[in-house]
Design a binder for this molecule. Structure first.
Ligand code: AMP
Ligand code: ZN
Length: 113
């Protein structure tokens, strides 16, 4: 089958799902870049931010709400964190299923690429 994140979202890959609701699923990044590195992933297979339609864009707000809540749960709300969405090849996107990275738990570098 298809997309790895679709498989995770469908529960076909045993993994630690930290949070889920009707729209999104949150799980640990397999190759964490920080002590907290979670992926906020829509259930719907949207290949990238570039394919997000205007009617779907409220989903991004919901993803931010979920990320903020997870940051609280993970104890990094006060210390700070970073939300990242990579889009397309030059944007550094490796998995072609829209997702938002929540990174924190250490001092992140200032560079953006
Ligand atoms: P991006 O470069 O924004 O597309 O990020 C893709 C992320 O997905 C990378 O940080 C990978 O480590 C992560 N990743 C790839 N496969 C898996 C998987 N099976 N489970 C969890 N995270 C994954
Ligand atoms: Zn998918």
């Amino acid at each position: 089958m298809e997309c790895i994140f679709c498989q995770i979202v469908a529960g076909k890959v045993p993994g630690e799902i930290l949070y889920q609701d009707e729209e999104v699923v949150v799980f640990h990044d397999i190759n964490p870049q920080a002590p907290v590195h979670l992926l906020i992933t829509p259930r719907k297979h949207i290949p990238s931010l570039a394919q997000l339609s205007e009617v779907e864009s409220p989903l991004i707000g919901h993803m931010v709400d979920v990320a903020n809540e997870l940051a609280k749960r993970e104890g990094i709300s006060e210390s700070g964190y970073r939300l990242v969405i990579n889009c397309g090849e030059e944007g550094g996107q490796l998995v072609a299923h829209l997702h938002m990275h929540l990174l924190g738990g250490r001092q992140l570098r200032g560079g953006l690429g």
